[in-house]
Design a protein around this ligand. Structure first.
Ligand code: COA
Length: 373
């Protein structure tokens, strides 16, 4: 019996339908509900994109105002959750903190029937940054921060609570744009995990906890942290060129490069790269951006591999003073919109997701008594 090599990792296999997103589709590229990602990145707020994904249309002025007010009102953390966040060790990875936080919230505020699924999605969108940064600030400065600010954007709230002061417009806008770019990406690993969990008619907190676990790995969302660690290993662009060439000789994977679906470029990269340059100039960086460009050039010259969304997102966050271990959690604070929209879409036309496997184990054999082995 042989395995179906073509479907290794389900590459190229369609596993269902979605009206949420196209990834690398001929003539469309990356779109959310039919809107081009560049159009959204240039013109929309993350809140408009969240509404678009979750409700199916761009909000009008009144809908957006109501939506933002709702998000602001849902930022608070239940006492029991704050207490648990304080008990999670300072050396934990914040992705584990978020996984536990979402799971605990599912106990404190269980979803129940699915009538209020949009409220659960909005609650998670509003309070993921709160739980992340409450834990972070408690363990880094011993402060029990007030997460209930009146910032009118997720990006503004995140940076305000992280740095204890409202961000500059450039920083708020840059984070807003990366949140838009990270919001949705069809049947990627974490979203597919969420859909598999949803397919059993489980609750949204379980689907999102599972998705966080899938996103955590360096082959998926964890790549932005791994990319930053790589960039910081080098002191000059020349050193980076030689270092990455050697890594390729050693058959190492270079994080932040390559993609399962895209073959020649990731459309999100040009936007992140442009922001990285602007922010590098703002902070007077003379090293990290040049190193990043050098790595990008080697990867293309040597392997025809291109930077994906995670590579320049890493330096964008770094230049805004965000610690590296919060990079993948920021991805969560954005992708919660895509995950929740997929949960809702899956439920609307549910079918248990249970594929088959090609058996490659031993032939039928008889049980052998313990003493005879
Ligand atoms: N660095 C070095 N080589 C890479 C590479 C990378 N980042 N990405 C792919 N390759 C090479 C593989 O070694 C393999 O070469 P081979 O055929 O000689 O063995 C070939 O390209 C195909 O890669 P593979 O890992 O089988 O493709 P995939 O579709 O299963 O994986 C990723 C896609 C994204 C998991 C893969 O490109 C990767 O690991 N990238 C780094 C992690 C990352 O940035 N993830 C975020 C994705 S948005």
């Amino acid at each position: 019996m042989t395995t179906n090599k073509k479907a290794g990792g389900l590459a190229g296999v369609s596993a269902g339908e979605t009206a949420l997103c196209t990834v690398g589709k001929e003539g469309a590229g990356l779109t959310y509900r039919g809107y081009d990602i560049y159009d959204l990145a240039d013109n929309a707020s993350f809140e408009e994109v969240a509404f678009l994904l979750l409700h199916g249309h761009l909000p009008n002025r009144a809908e957006l105002k109501a939506y933002i007010s709702k998000i602001i009102s849902l930022r608070g953390l239940p006492d029991a959750l704050s207490k648990v966040l304080e008990m999670i060790p300072a050396h934990a990875h914040p992705m584990d903190v978020l996984r536990t936080g979402v799971s605990l919230l599912g106990n404190i505020e269980p979803e129940g029937d699915f009538d209020n699924q949009h409220d659960v999605a909005d609650r998670l969108l509003a309070c993921l940054p709160s739980m992340l940064l409450y834990w972070h600030r408690f363990h880094t400065d011993g402060t029990r921060i007030d997460v209930e600010t009146d910032d009118d954007s997720v990006a503004g709230h995140f940076l305000h609570v992280l740095h204890d002061k409202p961000p500059s417009e450039l920083h708020r806008q840059s984070l807003n744009t990366t949140l838009i770019l990270y919001a949705e990406h069809e049947f990627n690993a974490s979203t597919f995990a969420a859909r598999v969990i949803t397919g059993t008619l489980s609750d949204m907190h379980s689907a999102v906890s599972g998705a966080i676990g899938a996103l955590r790995g360096p082959l998926h969302g964890g790549a932005n942290e791994a990319a930053m660690e790589l960039i910081q290993k080098f002191s000059t662009a020349g050193e980076a060129t030689a270092g990455v060439q050697q890594m390729l000789v050693d058959k190492e994977k270079i994080m932040g490069f390559g993609h399962r679906v895209y073959t020649t470029s990731d459309p999100r990269n040009s936007v992140n790269k442009k922001m990285s340059k602007i922010l590098s100039d703002e902070v007077g960086d003379t090293r990290l951006y040049a190193i990043s460009e050098a790595i990008e050039k080697v990867m293309w010259d040597e392997k025809k591999l291109f930077a994906n969304a995670d590579f320049f997102a890493a330096s964008v966050y770094h230049f805004m003073g965000i610690p590296t271990y919060l990079f993948t959690p920021i991805f969560v604070c954005s992708r919660i919109t895509g995950w929740a929209a997929h949960v809702i879409e899956q439920r609307a036309n549910n079918k248990l997701i249970r594929p088959a496997a090609d058996y490659v184990g031993p032939d039928l054999q008889k049980y052998v008594a313990l003493d005879d082995r």
